[in-house]
Design a protein around this ligand. Structure first.
Ligand SMILES: [Zn+2]
Length: 152
């Protein structure tokens, strides 16, 4: 198993692919218990006409298809931005062991910013969480995207 930073760099690579595709640059990878990357995804709702095509959901789908299982027991998701309402739900459904994210999302983050959905007593499944890994890199990518859109 490599460091959290190593895998977050791979998630940042995905975010850059999103940026190149004109999407809000958020990237994610799923890593299995042996440390192998088994799923990748970048944010792509615009190009896919798909409101659910967040980086996390696309990485979970990729991992599920590769592993042949909708439950990703023992896996860790690395994502460059704090997950939203939908993605925290998908993470719980996937039975992930752990989530590591980069930058906090003050407007819609559901892990620390607006709420911590993983800490709710009505879920049986517990997800370990760590935030702030390579956060400044994730933030810089997002700032580059929005500055370009504003024409700065
Ligand atoms: Zn999301």
């Amino acid at each position: 198993m490599r460091s959290d930073e190593f895998y977050m760099h791979r998630a940042l690579d995905q975010a850059r692919e999103g940026l190149a595709a004109g999407e809000v640059p958020v990237g994610a990878v799923v890593v299995d218990a042996d440390g192998e990357i088994v799923g990748r995804g970048f944010n792509a709702p615009v190009s896919g006409h798909d409101p659910s095509a967040h980086a996390e959901v696309r990485a979970l789908r990729d991992a599920g298809a590769r592993l042949g299982n909708y439950r990703l027991d023992g896996c860790t998701l690395y994502v460059t931005l704090e997950p939203c309402l939908m993605c925290t739900g998908a993470i719980i459904h996937a039975r992930l062991a752990r989530v590591v994210y980069g930058a906090a999302e003050p407007r819609s983050g559901m892990v620390e910013s607006k709420a911590n959905l993983f800490a709710q007593p009505w879920y049986n499944h517990r997800v370990e969480v760590e935030g702030g890994v390579l956060a400044s890199r994730a933030t810089r990518l997002l700032q580059a995207f929005f500055a370009e859109r504003r024409g700065d």
